[in-house]
Design a binder for this molecule. Structure first.
Ligand code: NAD
Length: 477
């Protein structure tokens, strides 16, 4: 078995009971296999991270910044291999795999810049209203952090956690998804190539048992989790048991609001990207289309045409717009929603069926005039399945958009920019795009309201998530 886990600066073979099989979803065929990390190995990783903490947190922040720049450079050097692996293991079209690596590189460079000035900004005086005292502020690393990530954007989701955590001076234990476990191994190889001190970054692959061993462990100081609401809630419970902080990036059922003054062709482009990028396996998928009455019929005709023009296929054998779903389980989940839609009597104007064998393909799917009581309107499907509903007024659109237990993102499409800005302000979500694809910039925040999670990643907020604020107050008496 290949040594798949990076613990205390060494690659080791797994000792868990379960074998992890890695698949090419376009073929439905396995191409790698290894044993997951056992709970005892998770413990070793946490002990190593604890031992490495004192050295890493006191290293000059300029030196931590240099390591982070090294990560960005090394990612660039591995660009082609990482693009190929994401195409093979995630089923991402090439142009999407390129975006992911660009994003990861940008993230490490951004947090290198933030780390660069950290020591200089340390110990700033706090102006006090009282006389006879002074106070200074310190931003200290929270300590050893556990990072648990899903499979849909493995390179990015891990970068969004690793880079700020390392910049802040935390040491980490990363648990990648068992569906795409090879991609994050690159971060271990990079740590090795850069001579990152042993124990600063540990990677333990595995299934639920490995994740639970990490999230239940008493030896971590914080957990940052991205994944489903179901597991997020378990992770939150384990954090509650230890009274320690948790960041949660969870699911979504986001709305895209299209007003009748928009450019229809442009709207179609943004709607398709919002639901078909990564085959709809996006927490931020805008899977609820709210369309104003006056343009609804024409928009649906154009959307149907656009969906049917999308090239769905194996990204490794041809140029495609959409690849397969990444796992058989995800394929089964999406096809189950096709059955539910059938039982509910939803009106399907495109897709609603699987593509072909072999591989886990489904067709981009459009259900129109979906009742608000439908499960497909409320539940996160995590596939290329778009539901539409009509609205008359702006107030109605907003009420429908905000009527969700989730609150991750939204998109507003209108040529009336003042209206679009007003609507953006009233949406109960963490990020809104106006007349745009879902462009995510490292300088802006990522995270949701309501059931979509707790906390923010990216930007300075992403760094703060790994910092603890300390004040030192002295009596001048
Ligand atoms: P998941 O919750 O099944 O798994 C996420 C991670 O948790 C995996 O590494 C998994 O092995 C691990 N895990 C499983 N059981 C565990 C346990 N008991 N204790 C600790 N860890 C455990 O999610 P998924 O299917 O991998 O990903 C899809 C979900 O992730 C969707 O709901 C999606 O919306 C969400 N997501 C959210 C964001 C965001 O930024 N908000 C980004 C990407 C994905």
């Amino acid at each position: 078995m290949i040594p798949a886990h990076y613990i205390n600066g060494r690659w080791v073979a797994g000792e868990a009971d379960e074998c992890i099989t890695v698949y090419d979803p376009a073929l439905g065929q396995p191409f790698a296999e290894f044993i997951g990390a056992s709970p005892a190995q998770v413990d070793q990783a946490i002990v190593a991270a604890r031992q490495a903490l004192a050295g890493w947190r006191t290293l000059a922040s300029t030196q931590r910044a240099a390591y982070l720049r090294g990560f960005a450079e090394q990612l660039e050097q591995r660009r082609e291999a990482l693009i190929a692996l994401q195409m093979q293991n995630n089923g991402k079209p090439r142009h999407e795999a390129v975006v992911d690596i660009d994003d990861a590189v940008a993230t490490f460079n951004y947090y290198a810049d933030l780390a660069q000035g950290l020591d200089e900004r340390q110990d700033r005086d706090v102006p006090l209203s009282a006389k006879g005292f002074n106070a200074r502020t310190r931003l200290e690393p929270v300590g050893v952090v556990g990072l648990i990530v899903p499979w849909n954007f493995p390179l990015i989701t891990s970068a969004w956690k690793l880079a700020p955590a390392l910049a802040a001076g935390c040491t980490v234990v990363l648990k990648p998804s068992e569906i795409t476990p090879l991609i994050e191994q690159a971060y271990g190889h990079i740590a090795e190539a850069l001579g990152l001190p042993a124990g600063v970054l540990n990677i333990v692959g595995g299934k639920a048992e490995t994740g639970a061993a990490l999230s239940n462990h008493p030896g971590i100081d914080k957990l940052s989790f991205t994944g489903s609401n179901n597991i997020g809630s378990q992770v939150m419970r384990s954090s509650a048991a230890h009274c320690r902080p948790v960041t949660l990036e969870l699911g979504g059922k986001s709305a895209i609001l299209v007003f009748d003054d928009c450019d229809l062709d442009q709207a179609v482009e943004w709607i398709v990207a919002g639901i078909c990028w990564n085959a709809g396996q996006m927490c931020s998928a805008t899977s609820r289309l709210l369309v104003q009455d006056g343009i609804a019929d024409e928009l649906i005709v154009r959307l149907k045409r656009a969906f049917e023009k999308l090239r769905v296929g194996n990204p490794l054998t041809g140029e495609v717009d959409m690849g397969p779903l990444t796992s058989q389980a995800q394929w089964a989940k999406v096809t189950e929603y096709f059955d539910i839609a059938h039982v509910e009597g939803l009106q399907c104007v495109s897709g609603g069926d699987v593509q072909r064998d072999p591989g886990w393909f489904v067709n981009p799917t459009l259900y129109v005039d979906v009742p608000l009581t439908s499960r497909l309107w409320h539940e996160e499907i995590f596939g290329p399945v778009l539901c539409t509903h009509r609205f008359g007024s702006q107030a109605e659109a907003l009420a429908l958009a905000n009527d969700s237990r989730f609150g991750l993102v939204a998109t507003v499409i209108s040529s009336d920019l003042e209206r679009a800005e007003r609507v953006a302000n009233a949406l109960e979500v963490g990020h809104v795009w106006i007349n745009s694809i879902q462009a995510v910039f490292v300088e802006t925040s990522w995270g949701g309201t309501k059931g979509s999670g707790i906390g923010r990643e990216l930007g300075p907020w992403g760094l703060s998530a790994y910092q603890s604020v300390k004040h030192v107050t002295r009596c001048l008496g």
